[in-house]
Design a protein around this ligand. Structure first.
Ligand code: FAD
Length: 302
């Protein structure tokens, strides 16, 4: 289903993000978790895209498999880094042939081991150019046009310290043809509300989906702080985590915090919530339980 049809059908969307499994055993576990999450009726699920060769193939395979074996709408993340035009073209051809209708268009970050990575060698330096390319591909294709999402950063993206310039860059990316914005994870809803207001002031009118990730362990929190550009952990969350005697307690704190974030976002008419699941199902299912509902349909505004 095209993302715009999903937005038409549901006033609030609920989506789950996965990453490609490393091996067959992890793939079996992921599909078991996808089955557990499917009963929550997500509006769509998305699959991240790595910086290197092998993991990229696994993204393509996972997307096509979700599309073929489940009744879920699959959104594939796609990045500019380490790609030529021909490669992106081939990926879009393959997705279109497999019935994949939606892309999350990202710049991506250079591979971790690539010192002095030269972006000039990529066909596209910014996500905006990738959005334009996907729009152009759709225009020249007999297949239905791809739905396109882009990333947004409530607390700012580190590459652009000037937040006014950053909003101009975001607006250009949306004007290039993006249908919606999905945000980086955040722990303080006020950052999201302010970002949404600043988008409104900049004339950005597309749906903005809030990225939520429950903290599941102390080590996970440290990893997340490293990976999620811009995201800040508030002092009261940090204090609550520091009080925990073990990771089971940390997971409880994380689920409780994320539940409160979701409850308040729903009260503030959020257009969508995007859960970073880390390929697990427990935390997301418990958040739904805490919200007192069985599935996403029950979370639609009354
Ligand atoms: P861009 O929109 O290109 O912006 C990157 C930076 O460049 C920003 O600071 C922006 O202000 C600036 N900029 C934009 N245009 C210009 C211009 N014309 N001139 C100067 N500066 C400009 N990464 C992955 O590798 N794989 C994934 O699957 C993945 N999924 C993600 C999903 C979400 C929801 C989010 C929020 C992030 C994801 N990322 C992923 C991380 C993302 O790729 C990085 O954060 C990356 O650094 C920024 O990507 P972007 O698409 O926002 O880039």
């Amino acid at each position: 289903m095209h993302i715009n049809d999903i937005f038409k059908a549901y006033p609030t969307t609920f989506s789950f993000e996965f990453f490609p499994p490393k091996n067959e055993e992890a793939a079996v576990e992921l599909f078991a978790n996808i089955a557990r999450l499917q009963v929550l009726h997500p509006s769509f699920v998305s699959v991240t895209y790595g910086a290197g060769g092998g993991t990229r193939e696994r993204t393509h395979d996972l997307i096509v498999r979700i599309q073929r074996e489940t009744n879920l709408t699959a959104v594939s993340h796609l990045t500019c880094v380490c790609h030529s035009r021909d490669e992106i073209n081939a990926i879009l051809d393959r997705y279109a042939a497999s019935g994949v209708e939606n892309i999350l268009a990202l710049r991506g970050d250079p591979p971790r081991n690539a010192v002095n990575y030269d972006r000039a060698r990529d066909a596209f330096q910014y996500a905006e150019q990738l959005v334009r390319f996907v729009v152009e591909w759709s225009r020249n294709s007999a297949k239905p046009p791809f739905g396109i999402g882009v990333a947004g950063f409530p607390e700012g993206h580190p590459d652009t310290p000037n937040r006014l310039v950053e909003m101009d860059n975001l607006k250009r990316k949306v004007d290039a043809g993006a249908d919606y914005i999905c945000t980086q994870l955040f722990f303080n809803n006020h950052d999201f509300y302010d970002f949404r207001d600043r988008c409104e002031l900049a004339g950005i009118r597309v749906p903005i989906l809030a990225g939520i990730m429950p903290i599941s362990s102390k080590a996970g929190m440290i990893r997340m702080a490293d990976l999620a550009a811009g995201a800040r952990i508030p002092a009261d969350l940090l204090r609550a985590v520091n009080r925990c005697k073990d990771d089971a307690a940390v997971a409880n704190v994380g689920i409780q915090w994320a539940t409160e974030q979701c409850r308040k976002l729903l009260d503030h008419s959020v257009r969508g919530i995007h859960f970073y699941t880390l390929n697990r199902s427990d935390a997301t299912r418990r958040i739904y339980e805490n919200l007192g509902v069985q599935d996403s349909l029950a979370l639609q505004p009354q």
